[in-house]
Design a protein around this ligand. Sequence first.
Ligand SMILES: [Zn+2]
Length: 102
Amino acid sequence: MKKSVIKQIAMQRVKVLIDRALYSRDEFSDHHIVIAKKIILKYKIKIPFEYKLLFCKHCKNFIIPGRDSSIRVGRSNTKALRITCKLCGHTYRKIIEKHNQT
Ligand SMILES: [Zn+2]
């Protein structure tokens, strides 16, 4: 099998695991995330933006928006999200859209 195909399959598994963890929110959630993280590391998958939001930049924990983190939209020129991790208290910015200045 081609490497890209393997990565695609791995990515699919990661998506399923994260979605399950997000929506089921049961005692298995953390377990799903542990497996998802292992797959991400093993196959060096680049996870999409919306999933990056779910992991704290600082403590690398899985943070569920509204429960483990608070997300605010910044009011500056550059559209950015301000994410505060409730687990470690770290706040960081994620730029979602850059305005073209000409
Ligand atoms: Zn954190």
